[in-house]
Ligand binder design. Structure first.
Ligand SMILES: [Zn+2]
Length: 311
């Protein structure tokens, strides 16, 4: 009997979120954000020298972590459509960890930001060096703990110019679209006085809600659900970052982010102003959720692909 109970516990553990010590290397996380939000990156506007420097750093980290490229390259160029970009080409950075299944979770964070205005550099430490740092931490975690599903890690360009990197990725995906089961998007994870990280999207995809509710609070950060209902107007974040491109195609997503703060799209969105204890715990919550979904995705109802956008 004891044996059976122990066995049942082992089976139940991943479902209940027990024994998930998915704690990222906080020093590495902060280092990544510090480098990506340095003045030398000039605000990482698509098509600039600063953007190229950010790309080089992220590519070096993809290599160190041990992600695999699709067709021999992490770089996926696309044509960017904007008067503000100084060139017509922008660059998504995409790597992956193969799973036992070809079905994929796509983990995303945009690395571009808004560049410079009136002689001031907008460093975008929270928006969205913090999301890229957490993406790298998640990649490092799943290289060490191989996932069941393939996990694709995409650091996108052109978000600030209209979610263009996400659109380019989905217009020309590295795996068939019907193999993409879930998008986990991160955009602004590192500034919140109340220790609150929001998970937005379960209103549209209620099958994800039980799993989000299983993500246990960390010491400095806890998960709240919301910011995804049409009646919330500006506080409905459904269209406010790259996950919207998945939603347009009916692919389930969860967007992780903090509520707006005084540094949002301001030249004060600097490394000095991110919360150094909240941020690593916020990143840990996202990794916990990805691990939970990797263990449980097969329980979700099969997608009716292609879905039509509900609304
Ligand atoms: Zn952003």
């Amino acid at each position: 009997m004891k044996k059976i109970l122990a066995f049942a516990f082992i089976l139940a553990a991943p479902v209940l979120g027990i024994a998930q010590k998915n704690t990222p290397d906080a020093a590495q996380l902060l280092r990544d954000v510090k480098v990506l939000s340095a003045d030398s990156m000039q605000g990482r506007l698509s098509g600039t020298e600063g953007s190229l420097m950010a790309q080089e750093y992220i590519l070096k980290r993809f290599d160190e972590i041990g992600l695999k490229p699709f067709n021999g390259s992490f770089k996926h160029h696309f044509e960017i459509d904007s008067k503000r970009a100084q060139v017509e080409q922008a660059t998504n950075l995409v790597g992956y960890i193969p799973g036992k299944s070809g079905k994929a979770i796509v983990v995303t964070a945009h690395y571009d930001h808004v560049g410079q205005h009136d002689g001031k550099i907008f460093n975008g430490a929270d928006d969205n060096a913090s999301g890229v740092g957490a993406l790298l931490a998640a990649a490092a975690h799943f290289v060490k703990h191989p996932p069941k599903h393939t996990i694709i890690f995409a650091a996108w360009d052109g978000e600030e110019l209209g979610l263009q990197g996400a659109k380019a990725f989905l217009d020309n995906p590295p795996v068939p679209l019907q193999n993409i089961l879930l998008n986990v998007n991160m955009d602004m994870l590192s500034i919140n006085e109340k220790g609150e990280l929001y998970a937005s999207g379960a209103y549209h995809y209620p099958q994800l809600q039980p799993y989000l509710l299983k993500v246990k609070p960390r010491t400095q950060a806890r998960l709240l659900l919301g910011h995804d209902r049409p009646e919330q107007g500006q506080n409905d974040w459904t269209r406010q970052s790259d996950h919207y491109r998945f939603h347009e195609r009916g692919i389930p997503y969860v967007y992780f982010g903090v509520e707006d703060h005084p540094h949002y799209h301001k030249p004060t969105d600097d490394f000095e102003n991110i919360n150094k204890t909240f941020y690593p715990d916020a990143a840990a919550l996202v990794i916990d959720f990805i691990a939970l979904m990797d263990a449980n995705l097969q329980r979700l109802p099969a997608q009716n692909f292609p879905n039509k956008l509900k609304q």
